[in-house]
Design a protein around this ligand. Structure first.
Ligand code: FAD
Length: 318
């Protein structure tokens, strides 16, 4: 079922969902299940499955030189979606990226999704590769998520890239896109970034999932600004509990967000990471309760492969 239908069927009740990261190549899928199983009692109607970009690795050769190879260390997004659908009977949401994929490869992925009965995809540009100064589109790929959404909308109208190729039944799935309450780091201003979001919506996006944030005020202001631009689709807040002291450095660096002073102080004064986890869980519970009271359609958690803190939050909130 489409996410938008799940939201409509909930009739104003806030739903619980979460995102998982595909395991590293060679790792046992059981570990993934071990972190999903404890969360199933909260009835997530959908689970997002990330897609990771390819990386370059340098392999030493006998002559002392190196051979540079492109590898994907966390493949398997569609396979894991199929596994989750079979095991848990939920709607998996594969993330589809511009970076690292040509338009043809995207089309093949969507054909797989159609065969598997996958009803939703999250359309993202992806980040730059590690060695790149800024994002460069792959050969034959899209530059912006907006263009990817256009391609997905074409598939829903029954159009493949090759105009001579016929589709018996148009594809039928909903499309999610990313939104940034604290602005995407490359955008010159929040207002320009919101205009980019509006273009994704105009291209056919059905719902938005936000980047994590720790100050609900930023989410509420973002939603108000989006609504005043004419964006009427659901805007699902993304929540991540702080779990270790290092997050104070990592989260702002990687996700380009602010951590409120009060939370920084609480984390800094926690005596160990067990105490930090407690602070993170309590903060996320308060955030979730306020968001729920404001009537958000879904609370979407970035689990990052760890269920225990998400479970504690869900127990307190749902
Ligand atoms: P876009 O919407 O294309 O925006 C990228 C930047 O370009 C923004 O600054 C925007 O303002 C600007 N822009 C857009 N259109 C134009 C235009 N026409 N001209 C000029 N500027 C423009 N990454 C992964 O690699 N894998 C994942 O699975 C993944 N999942 C994510 C899930 C969520 C909910 C979120 C919020 C992010 C996720 N990301 C993931 C990260 C995401 O790929 C990065 O944040 C990426 O840098 C931007 O992706 P986007 O889809 O928002 O890009």
């Amino acid at each position: 079922m489409k996410i938008t239908d799940h939201i409509a069927n909930a009739e104003g009740k806030t739903l619980f969902s979460f995102e998982i990261v595909t395991p590293e190549k060679g790792k046992d899928i059981q570990k993934l299940y071990d972190n999903i199983d404890p969360l199933m009692e909260f009835n997530p109607p959908f689970i997002d499955v990330t897609t990771s970009r390819e990386e370059f690795i340098d392999i030493p050769k006998e002559n002392g030189l190196f051979e540079r190879r492109k590898v994907r260390n966390r493949p398997g997004t569609i396979g894991i979606c199929a596994a989750l659908k079979g095991k848990y009977n939920i709607d998996p949401v594969p993330h589809v990226l511009c970076g690292g994929f040509s338009k043809e490869e995207t089309e093949y992925m969507m054909v797989d999704c159609q065969y598997l009965g996958i009803d939703n995809v999250m359309a993202l540009r992806g980040d730059k590769m590690k060695h790149e100064p800024y994002f460069t589109p792959s050969v034959g790929g899209h530059a912006y998520a907006e263009n990817l959404v256009e391609q997905l909308s074409d598939l829903r109208k029954g159009h493949f890239l090759d105009p001579n190729m016929e589709m018996e039944f148009p594809m039928n799935f909903s499309v999610g896109v990313a939104g940034y309450p604290e602005k995407h780091y490359e955008a010159p201003s929040l207002s320009r970034d919101l205009q980019a979001l509006k273009r994704k919506v105009d291209a056919g996006a059905d719902y938005v999932v936000t980047q994590m944030f720790f100050d609900n005020k930023k989410y509420f202001e973002f939603v108000d600004a989006a609504r005043s631009l004419g964006i009427t689709i659901p805007i699902i807040p993304g929540i991540k509990p702080v779990a270790v002291k290092r997050h104070l450095d990592i989260l702002p660096q990687v996700f380009h967000l602010d951590i409120p002073e009060e939370l920084v102080t609480e984390i800094e004064s926690a005596k160990d990471n067990k105490a930090v986890k407690q602070v993170g869980v309590e903060w996320a519970i308060n955030q979730s309760k306020e968001l729920m009271a404001a009537g958000v359609p879904v609370l979407h958690f970035y689990s990052m492969g760890k269920a225990d803190n998400i479970k504690r939050i869900a127990e307190a909130v749902f």
